[in-house]
Design a protein around this ligand. Sequence first.
Ligand code: NAI
Length: 331
Amino acid sequence: MKIAFFSTKSYDRESFDAHNTNHQDITYYEASLNKHTVNLTQGFDAVCAFVNDHLDADILEKLKLNGIKLVAMRCAGFNNVDLKAAQAQNIKIVRVPSYSPMAVAEHATALILTLNRKTHKAYNRVREGNFSLERLTGFDLFGKTVGVVGTGKIGQFFSKIMLGFGCKVIAFDLYPSEELKALGVTYVSMDDLLKTSDIISLHCPLTEDTHHIIDKTAFSKMKKGAMLINTSRGALIDTVEAIEALKNKTLEYFGIDVYEQEEKLFFQDLSENIIMDDVISRLISFPNVLITSHQGFLTHEALDQIALVTLNNLEAFEKGEALENEVKLTE
Ligand code: NAI
């Protein structure tokens, strides 16, 4: 099967080449899939896309015209795919529902520990011969209240890590986990979570219901001095309001691996460019904001799993087998 891979980096190519034992005919493009690049799909059977590729109705229509029958997302989230349009075009969508929830949960933990204990600042200081401890004071995680929004695969691992630190874990989810309850996690309303958490970590998917789940009202309910962590999807947070909350010190720490407008920035080296996005530039200017560019998934184990499951999805489609990882409109 001829497959056009979009938004690929060296680590994607390495893991897919290593696992492509059935010799699928893969063409790697560094470019993302959008209206300017969609014509690169002519002559292919399938497309493999990632988190910031555009799969709206127009693109899907063009993909169909170009002969594409399958879009294999090499990620868990599919908020960038217009499922209704895909169904109308009879293009199947598959994904990798779970590759390493630990990777993202551990990255959320890394953001918390770095923001709290300021190891990123200490690293730079010591390299310059500055051994001062001034302004590096953190807080004990032990005994703090951590609010987890969304306790699916990643949220569950994250909750267990926080329990391991001796934190009190409270959670909000439409479908509470009995396993977490048995481990001592208490499910509360979103309001109570906002009001009582010292640290809030977002692990729910981006949907119409969760778009800007952390907005001006939510910030106004938060405990003064809270830490907010987002490793899920950028648009869960109204970023402009996050800046206000940082300015009025409601938010004392803000750690994000995802950003509302990340598609124009993340995964690229823009170090010699002028950043035109004033919102992220303002965020970068805060000493208590830590931004990573969507690297939560980036572990060897996760990359192996992504490649294996994506290739299995593609092969199942090629053989006309049932697609166990198909994303359907009702999901
Ligand atoms: P999952 O589907 O296992 O869990 C999501 C949980 O959110 C479910 O328990 C669901 O009931 C809950 N939920 C749905 N709507 C909700 C709402 N309105 N309020 C509260 N909870 C709600 O998903 P998983 O694997 O845990 O992934 C979570 C998210 O993490 C993904 O949707 C994706 O956006 C993000 N992600 C980020 C990565 C990164 O590299 N930073 C990598 C992989 C996923």
